[in-house]
Write a protein that binds this ligand. Structure first.
Ligand code: NAP
Length: 212
């Protein structure tokens, strides 16, 4: 049995992952979320729900006990603090594997006009995401950071990835695609450990996302 904890489990990418993992035998999910009103009511049989905040270190340590994989799908101005709380609880509980969704643009890795546009439009929050990435990379955990392009709700799985030292490709990617990659990482021990991956839809290059 593989035990997976999902932090921010009613988030939009996470919802794809919860449903996808619900189809798999041999997986037990723990869904940590702040607001039970956001539950769909269609949570899979292999999921148990814990209500709480990732900044609640005591709760987080309880939740971490016996977990094999932590998948964090979080957001907010305090993302660095959230990341540090997750790292502390994992280290204390001797849980090693962490998959953390952050954002494109945190390393200034987007070339051309789109890179400039992205920097101007996202602005300050890129710093919070970058600080969270730095904390995760320095944690000693078996991490994979995902840096999705601008997210869409297209019902499709179509993506490619770029490494940390490569120029970012494309402008958009579907949340379902990012969820598919998270599931692939959860199912494949050792895959992309220590990597920070850009995730984009192939052929979506442009000066800005098509919907902006
Ligand atoms: N929009 C884009 O184009 C884009 C592009 C690249 C990356 N991203 C980033 O990718 C990440 C995932 O995207 P998404 O669409 O799945 O995001 P989302 O739907 O906003 O999900 C984020 C989740 O984090 C939860 N959360 C925030 N702080 C928390 C805390 N202290 N404790 C527990 N849960 C907490 C939120 O819970 P509540 O529901 O209680 O607030 C929410 O469920 C986000 O960080 C997003 O900013 C976005």
């Amino acid at each position: 049995m593989k035990n997976v904890v999902i932090l921010g489990a009613t988030g939009q990418i996470a919802s794809w992952v919860v449903q996808g993992l619900g189809q798999l035998s041999g997986v037990q999910q723990t869904l940590l979320l702040r607001d039970p009103r956001k539950l769909s009511g269609a949570e899979p049989d292999n999921a148990r729900v814990v209500i709480g905040n990732v900044l609640d270190q005591e709760l987080l340590r309880e939740v971490m006990a016996g977990q094999d994989v932590v998948y964090a799908n979080l957001s907010g101005d305090d993302l660095e603090e959230q990341a540090n709380s997750v790292i502390d609880a994992m280290q204390t509980s001797h849980v090693k594997r962490l998959i953390f969704v952050l954002s494109l643009g945190i390393y200034d890795e987007i070339p051309g006009k789109f890179g400039q546009w992205n920097h101007e439009v996202i602005g300050e929050p890129l710093k919070y995401y970058r600080r969270a990435a730095d904390a995760i990379e320095a944690s000693g955990l078996e991490f994979t950071i995902l840096r999705p392009a601008w997210l869409t709700d297209e019902d499709e799985v179509d993506y490619e990835t770029t490494g940390k030292d490569e120029p970012f490709k494309g402008t958009v990617v579907s949340r379902r695609s990012v969820g598919d990659l998270v599931i692939h990482l959860i199912r494949t021990p050792g895959l992309h450990v220590g990597a920070s991956l850009g995730v984009n839809k192939p052929g979506s290059e442009g000066d800005k996302p098509y919907f902006m």
